[in-house]
Design a protein around this ligand. Structure first.
Ligand code: UD1
Ligand code: MG
Length: 497
């Protein structure tokens, strides 16, 4: 069998996307938590093209950065400094393909749902027919906005006419151009030089390549596609929102098939890279983004926001919890109203309750911090109890310092741990303590102000207040009076000591 010709690809992503009415380049708008430009690149990856050119223009650096970690062997950034149309954009990639001979797939950066299988089908049809140019076509019930496919008497495609340039009769054609082509490189680049901006937009249309190839006697083939959703282009915010909704429904549908319960699928947001274990129950208003992994048998009560979170099996995430870049061991209970920030690592059976915040905090198995606590830059051993209102004071205005707390430690309520500091295993920290020096294992540490009791103080105070109210209004006293009073108190104190 002869070795197949090399496969290359060009992805067009230079346009601003005027119809988005945005300061941000269209391909940077997010779909499913990822910029649009990532979608065609990720669809190409399984085909392992030998070379890919990404044509960038508007906000080129940001688009480049968004594409940087695509899993493509040889991706070259090509600048289209001035957006003179889709044909001009492809021509800008010519130098990146100067030493390349093979079949070149051309994709638009604003058609994000294309699947690798569809790209493969187009390449296979192109090669099987030994075609010079193969284009995908699709029949939309309402093809508004798309170029229309014009066929000749023999049924072959002779040209594409853009909607703006089409006659009324041509606009009734429902077979449209989804914007996916496979072209022999030897045919593609020379023909691009013949494009002319003789159209409503004064641009060099890539779509005119079809007529040029057909007229030059090249083998032009069309492959009719049937999955309409796959070829929807994003040109407006409305289209973006509709695609987001359909993508979301598809993703939650997939996880339901895998055994996940959504109490209200319409309000669950699950990103494309998220993984959820079976028998997990997701309540309303739950957002799962990035590379979040949820184990089996978990329960997320509702109103939760998880990004890049790793959650073990049977974890209960209670109402209104935010988890970012954190790992949670099996059987943990988190929230309500907890916030786990990056670098948090919880072993199994940890409990974090309401208004508890953690950051770069490593907590051992069975440790609990159930109320109003900040644990930052710290390690806490297993089976330790952190009382309400505990704060690791990790920042001295210059640098962050770590707190180390051992196993089976009891941290009393309203404790401040001024880092760097450590508390040994089995130690007790009395409520209200400010820990500024290391505490030995098994020790009790208390830094409380001694309690003072004044018997009958309230009754005397009330009597004074009542007397002041019934007395005639006092003449304004000398301004120095309060000072004299304080001096008298001080004198009395001195006499007592
Ligand atoms: C294009 C097609 C139309 C097709 C539709 C499918 C042309 C002339 N028309 O129209 O037939 O039905 O897509 O979605 O090709 N771009 C550049 N540089 C430019 C212009 C555009 O890189 O100078 C990029 C854009 O960033 C975008 C893509 O090309 O990702 C398509 O451009 P867009 O303006 O959206 O074309 P459509 O009007 O949708
Ligand atoms: Mg478009």
């Amino acid at each position: 069998m002869p070795t197949p010709r090399p496969l290359g690809a060009i992805v067009l992503a230079a346009g601003l996307g005027t119809r988005m009415r945005s300061d941000r380049a269209k391909v940077l708008h997010q779909l499913g938590g990822r910029p649009l430009v990532r979608y065609p690149l990720d669809a190409l990856a399984p085909l392992a093209p030998a070379r890919v050119a990404l044509v960038v223009g508007h906000q080129a650096d940001t688009v480049r950065a968004a594409a940087a970690d695509a899993e493509l062997a040889d991706i070259r950034m090509v600048l289209q400094a001035e957006q003179r149309g889709t044909g001009h954009a492809v021509a800008c990639a010519a130098t990146a393909f100067a030493d390349f001979t093979g079949d070149v797939l051309i994709l638009y950066g604003d058609v994000p749902r294309i699947r690798p299988d569809t790209l493969r089908a187009l390449v296979d049809a192109h090669r099987a027919d030994d075609a010079d140019l193969t284009l995908a076509t699709i029949c939309f019930a309402v093809p508004t906005g798309y170029g229309r496919i014009i066929r000749g008497a023999d049924g072959g495609v002779t040209r594409i006419v853009e909607e703006r340039d089409a006659t009324a009769a041509e606009r009734t054609v429902t077979e449209a151009n989804p914007g996916l082509y496979c072209v022999r490189s030897e045919v593609l680049f020379p023909l691009l030089g013949e494009l002319r901006p003789d159209n409503a937009q004064g641009e060099l249309y890539l779509t005119d390549l079809i007529a040029l190839a057909a007229r030059a006697g090249r083998r032009v083939r069309a492959l009719r596609m049937d999955r309409i959703d796959e070829f929807a282009g994003i040109n407006t915010r409305g289209e973006l929102a509709r695609m987001e909704a359909s993508l979301k429904a598809e993703v939650t549908g997939h996880w339901m098939e895998e055994g996940v319960t959504f109490e209200d699928p319409a309000t669950a947001y699950v990103g494309p890279e998220v993984v959820i274990g079976r028998d997990t129950v997701i309540g309303p208003n739950v957002v799962l983004r990035g590379r979040t992994r949820i184990g089996a048998g978990c329960r997320l009560d509702g109103t939760a926001y998880l990004v890049d979170a790793t959650v073990g099996d049977r974890v209960h995430v209670r109402f209104a919890t935010v988890i970012e870049g954190a790992e949670i061991g099996a059987d943990a209970v988190i929230g309500p109203f907890a916030r786990l920030r990056p670098g948090t690592r919880l072993a199994e059976r940890v409990h974090l309750g309401n208004f508890v915040e953690t950051k770069q905090a490593v907590l051992g198995a069975g440790t609990k911090a159930n109320h109003l606590t900040y644990l930052g830059d710290c390690e806490v051993g297993p089976d330790t109890n952190v009382g309400a209102g505990t704060i690791t004071c990790n920042y001295d205005g210059f640098a962050k310092h770590r707190t180390r707390i051992g196993e089976r430690v009891q941290i009393g309520s309203d404790t401040q741990l001024v880092a760097p500091v450590s508390v040994g295993d089995d130690a007790y920290v009395g409520a209200g303590t400010t820990v500024t020096r290391d505490v030995a294992a098994g020790a009790l540490v208390v830094s409380r102000v001694p309690q003072r009791t004044v018997p009958g103080w309230v009754a005397r105070r009330r009597a004074q207040a009542a007397a002041a109210q019934s007395a005639p209004p006092a003449k304004p006293g000398p301004v120095t009076k309060p000072v004299r009073k304080r001096a008298a108190v001080k004198r009395r104190a001195r006499r007592r000591s």
